[in-house]
Each structure stands twice: as structure tokens, then as C-alpha cells.
Write a protein that binds this ligand. Structure first.
Ligand code: ADP
Ligand code: TRP
Length: 326
């Protein structure tokens, strides 16, 4: 039997090169061996303020970005969380065995409620039980996520133990598969690249837009004030991107010419921009072609939801039976 993994991303903005390198590219490689359930978690995205008119667009964009990154329908199911009703139903069940105190401990809950005091809703608190349901419905062997999701995954594992204790051995604790790609920093050069911090390079930018964004907004070594000052590539965020997108020899050249001040930050950025645009060209071309073929993308989401529903319904029915609700 093929092993199974599940992961999800919220449709809260266009996916960026951090998501692509840290999540999607990794998923594509993993689907060679492991069947993937990749969920666009719209019910998680409504726990913060959002624009209803934008949601449908964001969901479709995320699906397109998943496909353009190389995920294919034969090796995974790409689907929208709200299209598989078992997610919210199982989340309700998990709410009944999860102590409120455990939910209140979650750093993501504390962060988000701190940032948005006027909208501390109940779903923001119970967010992790829905995430546990997303995961456990598919009984995955692995859950590929970034390190910021560790606490939620630990809570999922706790829910497994509580459920099994109360209703009999049923779920197994899923393994966390951390992305091997280190978090890339955003344009500010300080925080991780993140759509919620708006310091990101969206995957779907054109080459010209990418150039403009990086030239204007990407912070370099802040100690280098004049072009004639020597720079320190080891603390320069643009150089850290060179390490991803440029060849070893280009990295070497940029390193040397920055340290001996024979190249300025603008020229160094221009070299990066070319290499980054070359690297992303294929994915971006695919984004454009899926954008022109939205019916195909809707079909993918439909077939993904069908595959997901089959498995999810079975799990939910078994769970309900164990609980005496059927
Ligand atoms: P964002 O912070 O932009 O909202 P998410 O937290 O939704 O992004 O990220 C979804 C997944 O994308 C994460 O689990 C992680 O694997 C990957 N990811 C996100 N940001 C980065 C980054 N800066 N560098 C590498 N991978 C990232
Ligand atoms: N909470 C995750 C995040 O913010 C998104 C998510 C929801 C998820 N359900 C999931 C990730 C299930 C992995 C598995 O990134």
C-alpha cells in the first residue's frame, strides 16, 4: 500500500516563493513515493477578517499555483476543505474531547488574537481541532509542514491519544515531515517571507514586476551605505536568495565583488533577478495557461473532492460508530 501524506495552505493571499520552495516543490518530490491530499483550507481562512468577494478568487489561485508547481491529479488529490463536509463534522467531535486550556495555549491563537482584538471569535480558538480533523480523516503517515505548525501537530497527536483512550484504539499519531528547505526571509530581510506580513515575492508576478519589487523593496546589508563601502554577503538577504537561485560560480563572483566593493547592490540584485526569473519561468507560464483554462482547474478540484470524500466519509462513519452515534 502506498503511504499517504496530507498538508494544507490557507487561501489568504497569493502563494509566494517561500511557499513554493518550502512547501509545493517539496510536495511534488514527495508525491513520487507517497500519495498526497493537498487541501486548500478555506474554513481556516474565515477565522480572520476577510473579503467575501475575494475568497473564491483566492481559492482558485491557490489551486492554480499548486498545479503550476507540478502537482498532478494522478499522484494526489487537490481539494477545497469546505467541499468535504466530514472536516467540520469531525472537528466538532474533536471539540468535545479537547480541553479549552490546550487551545488557549496555542501561540498562533495568542498571536492572532493579540493582532486582532476586535475579532477574537470561537473558530480562531478551535482552529486546531479543525486542523486535526483535516489530518486524521486521511490517516496520513506524514504531515509535511513548516516548524511553526509543530504545536498544532502536537495537539493533533494529543487528540489521537485522548480519542483512543476514550473510544478504543483507532487513530495513529501522524509523523511531522519538516520541510528540509530553511525558511527564506522576506523582502525586509528580517522576518520569514509571509503573505500575512506582506513582505513576500508572489509566485505569480511577471518578470518585470519581480524586477521592480526586488529593486525597490529588497533590503540588503544595511551597513553598506555607499556603493564604495565593502558589503558583507553573509548578512545580506539578497545574497541568501543568490544561494537558492544562482550557480555556485555566480555566488562566488557576487560574494567577492561585494566584499571588495567592485559591484553595487543594484547590480547584484539585477543578477539575482535574472536567475530567479529564469528559475520560475516554467511555473509562471503554467500559471498563465491554467488561468486561461479555469474549467480544467474546477474539474481538478471536483475530482480531488470526490477522492477525499470517499476516504473521509469512511473514517467519519467509523468514528461515529465507535462513539455510539450512528
Ligand atoms: P504564510 O506565512 O505566507 O501565510 P503559510 O504559513 O501558510 O505561509 O505557509 C504554508 C507552508 O509554506 C508552510 O507550512 C511552509 O512549509 C511553507 N513556507 C511558508 N513560508 C515559508 C518561507 N518563508 N520559507 C520556506 N517555506 C515557507
Ligand atoms: N494551519 C496551517 C497553516 O497555517 C494550515 C493547515 C490547516 C494545515 N490544516 C492543515 C497544514 C492540515 C497541514 C495539515 O499553515
Amino acid at each position: 500500500m502506498k503511504k499517504v501524506m496530507l498538508s494544507g495552505i490557507q487561501p489568504t493571499g497569493s502563494l509566494h516563493i517561500g511557499n513554493y520552495l518550502g512547501a509545493m516543490k517539496n510536495w511534488v518530490a514527495m508525491t513520487e513515493e507517497i500519495f498526497g491530499y493537498f487541501c486548500i483550507v478555506d474554513y481556516h481562512a474565515i477565522t480572520i477578517n476577510y473579503e467575501p468577494k475575494e475568497m473564491q478568487k483566492r481559492i482558485l489561485e491557490a489551486a492554480i499555483e499548486y498545479l503550476a508547481s507540478g502537482l498532478t491529479d494522478d499522484k494526489c488529490a487537490i481539494f477545497v476543505q469546505s467541499h468535504v463536509r466530514a472536516h467540520t463534522e469531525l472537528a466538532w467531535i474533536f471539540n468535545s474531547i479537547t480541553p479549552v486550556a490546550e487551545l488557549e495555549r496555542m501561540t498562533q491563537y495568542k498571536d492572532k488574537s493579540h493582532k486582532n482584538e476586535s475579532n477574537i471569535n470561537a473558530a480562531l480558538l478551535t482552529y486546531p481541532t479543525l486542523m486535526a480533523a483535516d489530518i486524521l480523516l486521511y490517516k496520513p503517515d506524514f504531515v509535511p509542514v513548516g516548524e511553526d505548525q509543530t504545536q498544532h501537530l502536537e495537539l493533533t497527536r494529543m487528540i489521537v491519544r485522548k480519542f483512543n483512550n476514550k473510544f478504543g484504539e483507532y487513530f495513529t499519531e501522524p509523523e511531522i515531515a519538516y520541510s528540509k528547505v530553511p525558511k527564506i526571509l522576506g523582502l525586509d530581510g528580517v522576518n520569514k517571507m509571509s503573505k500575512s506580513l506582506n513582505n513576500h515575492i508572489p509566485l505569480r508576478l511577471s518578470e518585470a514586476e519581480t524586477e521592480k519589487l526586488i529593486l525597490k523593496n529588497a533590503v540588503t546589508d544595511t551597513n553598506r551605505i555607499r556603493k564604495t563601502d565593502a558589503g558583507n554577503p553573509n548578512i545580506c538577504n539578497v545574497f541568501s536568495w543568490h544561494k537558492i537561485f544562482s550557480s555556485e560560480s555566480t555566488q562566488q563572483e557576487c560574494f567577492e565583488s561585494c566584499t571588495n566593493a567592485s559591484i553595487g547592490c543594484v547590480d547584484c540584485k539585477k543578477i539575482l533577478i535574472k536567475n530567479l526569473n529564469d528559475d520560475l519561468r516554467e511555473v509562471r507560464e503554467k500559471i498563465i495557461s491554467y488561468e486561461a483554462n479555469k474549467d480544467y482547474v474546477y474539474d481538478i478540484l471536483k475530482s480531488g473532492a470526490e477522492k477525499a470524500n470517499k476516504v473521509a466519509e469512511k473514517t467519519l462513519n467509523e468514528v461515529k460508530e465507535l462513539m455510539g452515534i450512528f
